[in-house]
Design a protein around this ligand. Structure first.
Ligand SMILES: C[S@@+](CC[C@H](N)C(=O)[O-])C[C@H]1O[C@@H](n2cnc3c(N)ncnc32)[C@H](O)[C@@H]1O
Length: 387
């Protein structure tokens, strides 16, 4: 079989991959870097059960949406495949990808109803918005992973990183052993740190008159500017309720501001370092209506503490891999009326919420936040109410 084909890209799918078909009707999924309407020459990389996987090797007729990628590393680095379009176009493409995913999962009518009220929130910054990032260190130098392979690309700069972090990237890498590492900077002070640094960085929530301190190794929402909007949005969605369970709470991104508003919060988190950071901040700030508990929410036994707390509303913000089985646990919490599901993986979330939909919960609204401009990643918030 030939292994190069000329393909017409019909549309983008989840992960920013292009959908194309051979004359025979065989589906070809093309790796990120292509746009709808483009004709490309593509190299077949793998024969999957239902489709062929391919990589574009030449764009034969470029989309008028295409712009020059502003990053000097873009030809090799896989970090910002949506840098080939403006952030406005990128967000429009993400909306199309979301529509496709929702229609496949919920059916045309339900997806359409939900999309008619979709709120879309752009990122305040198109580039240099990340205050936390990962670098691959080799020989004391910063690298990124190459597009579609495990090869490393040496980095002089990264346009995704906030200015102080990009400037410190080489110096931070010099201190680190070979491997993948987290680096972070404070949006308040510009102070930088890597994951082994013990000192804390400060992060303010302007609408809540609140500043928290976190070590670089603890997860926080990298696009801190848009996170301000996310936290205010979540606070408004749980506003009618006093007792709120914040599950997969991290160091308390939602729990601490909500506790500042006077709500009773149970924050549940698996990582001991995130839990310690949340507890330390609550103590330092005198927030005594929030209780942090360490638990692995993949274990059935962890849910009794959530049931005993009797939350009226639950915030769920699981990792990208999702939270299989979570729908069954949430439906068993009789006190819960509203679920605010914060997700960076739409496909896994739609999978995990099926038991809730089967038990009569309804998706009331959905918000798309462009937390990750320049990439195909997106954040969504889904609001489900028990009917
Ligand atoms: C996407 S982060 C969200 C954190 C926080 N809500 C925020 O906005 O900063 C997901 C969190 O879930 C935690 N986590 C992952 N798997 C878990 C599990 N099985 N049980 C409890 N927590 C888990 C991670 O440590 C991480 O802090």
């Amino acid at each position: 079989m030939e292994d190069q084909f000329v393909l017409d890209i019909e549309k983008l799918l989840w992960r920013g991959r292009g959908l194309a078909r051979l004359d025979s009707g065989q589906v070809v999924i093309v790796e990120p870097g292509v746009l709808p309407g483009e004709k490309v020459r593509a190299q077949i990389q793998a024969h999957k059960k239902d489709y062929l996987q391919a990589q574009a090797v030449e764009i034969l007729s470029p989309s008028p949406l295409r712009v020059n990628h502003p990053c000097a590393h873009a030809n090799q680095c896989g970090g910002s495949p949506f840098g080939m379009v403006t952030s406005q176009t990128g967000l429009a493409l993400k909306k199309e990808i979301l529509i496709d995913a929702l229609t496949r999962s919920l059916g045309y009518d339900s997806a359409n109803k939900l999309l008619s009220s979709l709120m879309v929130l752009p990122s305040p910054k198109e580039w240099r918005y990340r205050w936390r990032g990962q670098i691959h260190v080799q020989d004391h130098k910063a690298h990124a992973m190459a597009q579609g392979s495990s090869k490393l690309v040496a980095l002089q700069d990264c346009l995704l990183l906030a200015e102080p972090l990009a400037q410190a990237m080489s110096a931070l890498a010099y201190d680190l052993p070979d491997g993948r590492h987290t680096i972070a900077a404070s949006p308040d002070t510009g102070q930088v740190a890597h994951e082994y640094d013990p000192q804390c960085l400060s992060f303010s929530f302007s609408a809540f008159d609140l500043t928290i301190h976190l070590p670089a190794q603890v997860f926080f929402q990298a696009n801190w500017d848009l996170n301000q909007t996310l936290v205010q949005l979540v606070a408004s969605l749980v506003d009618p309720f006093d007792r709120v369970a914040d599950l997969f709470s991290g160091a308390g991104n939602f729990a601490l501001p909500l506790s500042r508003l006077g709500k009773n919060i149970l924050a549940v988190e698996g990582s001991p370092v995130a839990l310690k950071a949340g507890t330390d901040n609550a103590l330092r700030l005198g927030l005594d209506k929030v209780r942090f508990q360490q638990a692995n929410l993949s274990k059935d036994s962890s849910w009794s503490m959530v049931r005993d707390f009797a939350p009226q509303s639950i915030i769920l913000d699981p990792p990208r891999t999702g939270a299989k089985g979570i729908g069954h646990h949430v439906t068993a919490i009789d006190s819960a009326q509203r679920l605010v599901w914060v997700s960076c993986d739409v496909i896994n979330t739609l999978r995990d919420m099926q038991p809730l939909l089967a038990q009569g919960w309804e998706i009331g609204s959905m918000i798309l936040l462009d937390m990750f401009p320049g990439t195909w990643h997106m954040e969504i918030v889904l609001v489900l109410d028990r009917c």
